[in-house]
Design a protein around this ligand. Structure first.
Ligand code: PLP
Length: 445
């Protein structure tokens, strides 16, 4: 812990422990305390920490080539990574535009989709569609399409004006008891169809997290929902962007979460697990046919950043892909995810304040409620989620709680997204520590 700090920390009233080392699923601080990383930071460290193959691969690339700007050169590492990602995604071939994180991937997707509309002569298309309760990043463009009230409010007057937010697909809170999943999915998808109808000829693209991550807490769509919104996008000439920054790269038990929905988006955004925390890297994947439209049209992507395609980051991400494939970690994420949900149900299914246990693969969450029957959330002022986070840290557990789950303001959830290498013993430890943190936070009032 640094008593005085020149860092403009996220919170200016928090004394952060100093992380000094990490291995496997644990991070150690300068006082020697061990923390079980039950959320991979924020769904990043999918291989765990200090994976020997990652350290070797980064060192090898570091000694060979570090930086060669992409306006002059390409690199073997970036080329091989793009090829690997293209082969791993259904509906390809794909072209990959590398960036340094998730927000940059969203920016690239929004701008490239506008560029593509212009290449097609659709100059009047000026409108993006996205969903309430979503999160796509913190730059102004990405925040403009993010439906999380807490993160938007301060910046509302300066966000992009031509964004239309539509209903999410959130069965626990929005599905009527009389509805089947199919009926609810169709109703949730109608919200996009109506909005696109009201902005006929103006839609550029629709962006959605395939499985909603941080803002609602691991919410998978109901079956059929994404088929409907995919159709709506196609009918209206708008591109569909699957935000797989959190739910992709095996996190949900398939390489990409959209595979389970039986659809192929036009673009995919990636980050987090792509570099697995070893180096910052994100990516925008676009269908080869769309890249071809640009090649035949203006010939160039009208977007870029200095560190696009950084060769060490690319080499790290390539090694992540190799480790995931060789150690069969996508399958492991699916199996361990089932194990985690089973343990959570055993521990919490009769807990008076756990309303829902949900997720897919190793993206799992608990939603807390004051009353289970009515699903009434705790008052927002209690900031229960923040208390759970602090108490979990005290217990030696890193998890990712969030607020605003029920209506954008009230509601609390805890997201768990451990590394894919997590053991059964670590799952037990996770559930024990989380259970203590939750009960202590509730008792604290
Ligand atoms: N998209 C999703 C679904 C995310 O969860 C996040 C970050 O949490 C982002 C985009 C933004 O990514 P980054 O923080 O790397 O800019």
């Amino acid at each position: 812990m640094h008593q005085t700090s020149r860092i403009l920390h996220r919170s200016l009233s928090t004394a952060y422990p100093t992380a000094v080392s990490a291995a496997g699923c644990y991070i150690r601080d300068s006082a020697g305390k061990q923390y079980l990383d039950a959320s991979s930071g924020i769904a990043v460290s999918c291989l765990g920490h200090s994976h020997p193959r990652m350290l070797d691969a980064i060192k090898r690339q570091m000694e060979r080539l570090q930086f060669a700007h992409t306006s002059f050169f390409t690199s073997d590492a970036a080329e091989e990574l793009a090829e690997t990602l293209s082969k791993s995604a259904a509906g390809g071939p794909w072209r990959v535009f590398f960036v340094s994180g998730g927000s940059e991937a969203t920016e690239a997707a929004l701008k490239l989709s506008r560029q593509l509309q212009v290449e097609r002569g659709e100059l009047k298309r000026d409108c993006f569609f996205s969903r309430w309760y979503s999160y796509h990043g913190n730059t102004l463009g990405a925040l403009s399409v993010s439906g999380n009230r807490g993160r938007r409010t301060l910046y509302e007057p300066i966000l992009v004006g031509t964004v239309r937010l539509v209903e999410p697909c959130f069965a626990y809170r929005h599905k009527h008891t009389s509805e089947s999943d199919g009926e609810y999915g169709a109703r949730a998808a109608l919200s996009l169809a109506q909005a696109m109808g009201e902005h006929q000829g103006r839609g550029i693209s629709f962006i959605a997290e395939t499985v909603v991550g941080a803002t609602l807490g691991a919410v998978p769509p109901v079956r059929g929902y994404f088929k409907s919104v995919r159709e709506t996008c196609s009918l209206n000439g708008a591109f569909m962007i699957a935000d797989e920054v959190m739910c992709g790269i095996g996190r949900c038990g398939s390489q990409f979460a959209f595979e389970a929905e039986g659809i192929v988006p036009d673009m995919i955004t990636l980050a987090k697990g792509l570099g697995a925390g070893y180096l910052p890297i994100g990516a925008l994947m676009v269908k080869e046919t769309l890249a071809e439209e640009i090649r035949r049209g203006s010939g160039a992507v009208q977007h870029g950043h200095t560190y696009v395609g950084h060769s060490i980051a690319a080499a790290a991400a390539l090694e992540v892909q190799k480790v995931i494939a060789e150690e069969r970690l996508v399958e492991r994420a699916r199996l361990k995810g089932d194990e985690l949900q089973r343990r959570l149900r055993e521990r919490f299914q009769n807990h008076p304040h756990i309303g829902d246990i949900r997720g897919r693969g190793l993206l799992v969450a608990l939603e807390l409620v004051a009353d289970r029957r009515s699903k009434t959330p705790f008052p927002a002022e209690r900031r229960l989620w923040a208390k759970i986070k602090a108490l979990a840290l005290e217990e030696g557990l890193i998890c990712y709680p969030g607020g605003g789950t029920a209506d954008g303001i009230a509601g609390d959830h805890v997201l768990l997204a451990p590394p894919y290498i997590v053991s059964d013993g670590e799952l037990d430890e996770m559930v024990d520590k989380l259970s203590r943190a939750i009960d202590r936070a509730i008792d604290a009032g």
